[in-house]
Design a protein around this ligand. Sequence first.
Ligand code: GLU
Length: 385
Amino acid sequence: MSSAEFRARARHLRDARRIVVKVGSALLVEAASGRLNRSWLESLADDLARAARRGQQVIVVSSGAIAMGRRHLGLGSHRLRLEESQAAAAVGQIRLAHAWQEVLEARDLAVAQVLLTFEDTEERQRYLNARATLNTLLSLGAIPVINENDTVATAEIRYGDNDRLAARVAQMASAECLVLLSDVDGLYTADPGRDTRATLIPEVREITPELEAMATGPSSGVGSGGMRTKVAAAQIALAAGSSLCIASGHRLNPLKAVESGAACTWFIAEASPVAVRKQWIAGTLKPRGRLTIDSGAAQALARGKSLLPAGVTRVAGRFERGDTVSIIASGRELARGLAAYSSGDAALIAGRRSAEIEALVGYRGRDELVHRDDLVMLRAPKVSE
Ligand code: GLU
């Protein structure tokens, strides 16, 4: 495939509103010395700053804590025990975060450290909290730099590799594009180190069992991910509506290189993250509760607005924040959405102005009872609604 064709595919990166860039340990940390590869990091920071300048919101998922920390603690090159890698992560993470802070702040970008555990991405309430925090950071113009919270994660319940973590982050943030920068330039038909006939697969639209069979385990010895975790990440990303690119980080300005048409593997999502999320909300089999709304609110929803507490006349069922609720107008289901309050709190604020929420429930939550991003119309309201 020609460079022009790769460049055309890179529109998924150029046009994305939100991008997640995952950086592997082997790129950031020099294997022999355990030192940070600073000139490379500076060049990536230039790429990220360029994306931010053209209005894109950027999230970084950065590995490298264990690789940096083990060297600093003099842990040698043996396979680390769990406690040792957790100690190494604690020492390395602070240095890693510092490096990111230096390079991004030098480019006038605010940096936020976010450490996530497996439970934070899998358990509903925590997922929603992490999602809300990421959205707030991005809307304030900060770049979240994320890693797994290796120091507290337990062996049985951890990602271990940042490829799949990055895919969950892309899903959580509804990012249109995820780039996995690693020590290989894409997915090959066979292991290129062993088979000279191996060729790069430029584009994937569906992950078939044959494709999964082409992906092998880790090779670098520095990070934890291999092609297998990258394909698993692609599966998560595609299902969430995020396109994913596996590209080589073994060059300066690696994102710019992808945009300019460097060879890589693109996994192209068919639907957008917002469409996938809305489809999922609309497809909930059993909404937990019902919010009955007045005609003013029904008309507002039809215009794409959020549902405010003021327009709600009745709350029924028992639900928690984040559960799906039916929104009823004139006795029929008009829309579905994720509640920003539990049923108890929703009952307290129904019919009231958003400014009164804090006094009523005792904390300052969202102004909306169902935010428009979390809401799907199932039909158009009648004029009388
Ligand atoms: N979280 C690990 C670290 O920071 C890296 C996991 C991976 O290599 O993907 O060292």
